[in-house]
Design a protein around this ligand. Structure first.
Ligand code: GLN
Length: 333
């Protein structure tokens, strides 16, 4: 067992190390076997035609623990488009660049409506309820584009993820990009509506271009868990990639993930899983166990709110078996 010196504040208050890796491995592998036996896999997102083609009978899971070990099961190395999980990274970049000013243009309240609701945006006069619904993410992209030239539209989120995982060969699924450009009528309508209320400074096409590309970033569960590592780190537990200020902001981002990360299913998710998390219609979910681990799960079949059906079930079981709900006591396992 490693002593407190080698592990920073990795020792729990009761003097035991936070995580029993052997046990975690058994739990993760057990869940991967159980999920593969599922009879109900949910339905792939079909409003983006390219996503509708995916075989839904796939499941992957990767857990990155604070000491840098990854424990994986199922299709943990298969890449999928991260879709709305990209909104977490975009928010982290915007908060770092602009600080609290971000909240002048987007709220931090659960919406109670689907992620692409037009009526919700109209009701709030172009001020999106939070950065994780589509209009909120479009406004965040608009902020990221400030000070950029029209022809210099950056892959900001991809670069951020590349920095985090130390590998810049991150792919963008160009078929998904094309598919979303053709089918993205609702998103274009949302961007236009935000613009008509004065809450979008750039051209709708430019904002869409960046938004669609960040959604189409392709990662495996193993890569996604690594990309989200900054969200689990404690202020005392930082390194060359994550500063104290990043860790401080991560607490705020986790709060928004808990309350808004699964759209209209956020309450049910908090009840069942008890962890901050963000889903995407590609079937991925990134969950955070503060001070302990990040978890990425993927299964392309969705529930009615657009969240991975079996990914949610897997997280529910993991959180329960590891006693990882943030509403629980001091971490013991
Ligand atoms: N690219 C998707 C869209 O804009 C993202 C939505 C999601 O993952 N919930 O519709």
């Amino acid at each position: 067992m490693l002593g407190p010196k080698e592990t920073g504040n990795f020792m729990a208050a009761n003097g035991k190390t936070d995580i029993d890796h052997e046990r975690l491995k058994k739990v993760v592998e057990g869940i991967a076997v159980e999920i593969r036996k599922a009879t109900e896999w949910g339905k792939a997102a079909d409003y983006i035609p390219e996503l509708a083609k995916i075989d839904t009978k796939q499941f992957g899971i990767a857990v990155l623990t604070r000491d840098g070990q990854t424990i994986a099961g199922g299709d943990a190395d298969t890449q999928f488009s991260i879709q709305s999980i990209s909104k977490v990274f975009a928010l982290a970049i915007a908060l770092k660049a602009k600080g609290e000013k971000v909240w002048k243009r987007v709220g931090k309240e659960p919406s109670g409506d689907p992620y692409n609701s037009i009526i919700d945006l109209e009701r709030h006069k172009g001020f999106p309820r939070n950065p994780f619904i589509n209009p909120g993410a479009l406004v965040v992209v608009d902020m990221l584009l400030e000070d950029r030239e029209r022809d210099d539209l950056p892959d900001t989120v991809r670069d951020f993820i590349g920095d985090m995982i130390g590998d810049h060969a991150i792919g963008i699924d160009e078929d998904v990009v094309k598919s979303e450009h053709i089918s993205g009528f609702t998103n274009k309508a949302l961007a236009n509506l935000a613009k008509s209320f004065g809450n979008l400074n750039h051209e709708v096409d430019d904002v869409m271009h960046v938004y669609v590309r960040q959604c189409a970033v392709a990662l495996s569960c193993r890569q996604l868990a690594a990309a989200g590592r900054f969200l689990m780190l404690d202020r005392e537990d930082i390194d060359d990639k994550v500063s104290k200020a990043d860790a401080e902001r991560a607490r705020r981002i986790n709060a928004v993930m808990l309350t808004c990360g699964q759209y209209d299913g956020s309450g049910d998710f908090a009840y069942r899983v008890g962890l901050p998390a963000k889903s995407g219609v590609g079937g991925g979910i990134l969950a955070v166990v503060p001070n302990t681990a990040t978890v990425a799960v993927w299964s392309p079949g969705l529930d009615d709110n657009g969240n991975s059906l079996l990914g949610t079930l897997a997280l529910e079981r993991l959180s329960q078996r590891m006693d990882w709900s943030i509403f629980g006591a001091v971490r013991r396992v």
